[in-house]
Unconditional design. Structure first.
Length: 197
């Protein structure tokens, strides 16, 4: 039966320092804190890591240093939501803007950009601004900025606004569900065709 253990004096290094330094204990390294400038590449996301060679912990007894790994955490933005390389932006508009269209200025990651809202914009309608998203990591090109229209319905109206909406409502078609049922179109018409009713 053979038992192998490292030497108690040299701890397996093969040499002994007769008078070790009081500061480093003979290891030849000290624990210190330094500040480094790290270049973050465009397109990184949360849970990404950046490796900096040779900036890790120093090796014992004069050995080579290791590497430093910087873990990135991307903070949320108050307006933008990232979806892969696309930037999502919810655009609140009022009823008049949705019906008539408007010339707007919207924020992007590159700054404010002019945006033409077309007449008849529906709630939840999606518009794409090509090349206004997040750069592809280590590649050329960028994603898109996706603009989602959100029609804001006012909860309180003045007397003048209420009168104008009533006048507008009298000129618009009503009972749209009944009109769709009469034409046997839309969701219910397709459902009936599928079931053979």
């Amino acid at each position: 039966m053979v038992t192998v253990t490292p030497c108690e004096q040299c701890r397996g290094t093969g040499f002994v320092i007769p008078t070790p330094c009081r500061t480093c204990g003979g290891e030849g390294r000290l624990r210190q804190t330094r500040k480094l400038k790290v270049r973050v590449p465009a397109g990184v996301d949360g849970n990404s890591q950046i490796r900096i060679s040779g900036e890790g912990e120093a090796g014992p007894y004069g050995g080579p240093p290791g590497n430093l790994y910087v873990a990135l955490e991307v903070q949320p933005h108050p307006l933008f939501v990232r979806d892969g390389n696309d930037i999502m932006l919810e655009l609140p508009i009022n009823v008049a803007q949705a019906a008539l269209g408007d010339e707007l200025v919207i924020p992007t990651v590159d700054g404010n950009e002019p945006f033409k809202l077309p007449p008849g914009t529906q709630a939840g309608q999606v518009f794409r601004l090509r090349g206004k998203g997040v750069p592809f990591l280590r590649q050329s090109g960028r994603g898109d900025q996706v603009v989602i229209a959100r029609v804001v319905i006012p909860k309180k109206l003045s007397d003048k606004q209420r009168k104008l909406f009533q006048e507008l409502g009298d000129t618009l078609e009503k009972h749209l569900l009944e009109a769709d049922n009469g034409r046997e179109e839309g969701f219910w018409g397709k459902l009936k065709d599928t079931l053979g009713i």
